[in-house]
Ligand binder design. Structure first.
Ligand code: R5P
Length: 294
């Protein structure tokens, strides 16, 4: 039906309002395609720019890790508090309800166990299966300085190429060999190599000295792994410092699921990551929630 008059038409087209052209909220991600950005925006909260990924993939090389013996009983209750679940396809298909609204970061490298040389990984998931599982990113372990450094880097670049075809980001997970020094110099090297070779975001460890140089020299977002279980307040301090020094979130496992109260701990971690709450206040929250439960 034709418009009643020309004035009405001019109003509906808002000819005097230019269309906004906004930059994407995540560091180094502005030139990515729509699907990549949409998926990253399901991992990182567009309001805070941060993420709390719950890492539960440890079984892929070390079997039933403490706290992960029964993912159905111990981990599903944590799911509502995580932004993202980071896990293997075996656990995803067998235990995670398909109606979950949480984004999934799928571990796609593997092939070794704690009984052998860990860096000798290959790609262990086809891109087609990652698509089928509707994942928001794929995680590949990269062993800079490790025995199979080259193969692990190429695993990552292959997934970057395959994921780019379908708009699925790749998370490079920097693994540090037992005998290697975990310092800012090493992590600057490892994270920068992964970013230069196309990783869309990178998981690394927090170091107390110079972590801000690691985040500054890496052109894409960095999230930190939690590492071995610490006293809850110390884990919250680590998460807090990492965020203040430029991390875009955590991909935390043992410090959540091995906590005395995992549900309280994940909420305390959220407060530090998304609300920049101080570790002391987050620890108070942890204790309050823990005591409420008991
Ligand atoms: C190793 O199994 C994985 O990369 C974990 O996802 C990673 O180490 C994070 O878990 P955690 O916080 O327990 O170190």
């Amino acid at each position: 039906m034709p418009d009643i008059d020309g004035t009405n038409e001019a109003k509906q087209y808002f000819t005097d309002v230019p269309q906004k052209s906004e930059s994407y909220f995540l560091k180094g991600s502005n030139s990515l395609d729509w699907g990549m950005k949409n998926r990253l925006g399901r991992i990182f909260n567009p309001v805070s720019g941060k993420t709390v990924m719950l890492a539960i993939d440890h079984g892929y090389f070390q079997g039933p890790t403490t706290g992960l013996e029964r993912i159905d009983l111990n981990i599903l209750p944590l799911e509502p508090y995580a932004d993202t679940l980071m896990l293997t396809r075996g656990i995803l298909r067998s235990i995670i309800p398909p109606d979950t609204q949480k984004s999934i970061v799928l571990r796609v490298s593997g092939g070794t166990s704690i009984l052998k040389e860990l860096s000798n990984e290959d790609l262990a998931v086809d891109i087609e299966d990652a698509i089928r599982l509707n994942v928001s990113a794929m995680a590949v372990q990269v062993f800079i300085g490790g025995e199979h450094e080259r193969e692990s880097i190429i695993n990552m670049t292959k997934m970057v190429d395959r994921g780019t075809r379908y708009g699925i980001p790749t998370l490079a997970v920097t693994a540090v060999g037992k005998d290697m020094v975990r310092d800012a110099k090493y992590f600057r090297l490892a994270t920068r190599i992964c970013a230069e070779l196309g990783a869309h975001y990178i998981k690394t460890y927090y170091v107390p000295e110079g972590f801000e140089t690691v985040t500054a020299s890496c052109p894409v977002p960095i999230v930190i792994a939690g590492g071995k279980k610490l006293f809850e307040l110390d884990a919250l301090k680590m998460a807090y410092r990492s965020i203040q020094e430029g991390a875009a979130g955590v991909d935390m496992g043992r410090n959540i699921f091995q906590s005395h109260s995992p549900i309280a701990m994940i909420q305390a971690v959220r407060a530090v990551v998304h609300d920049s709450e101080t570790p002391e206040k987050a620890f108070d929250l942890y204790n309050t929630l823990k005591n409420k439960k008991s």
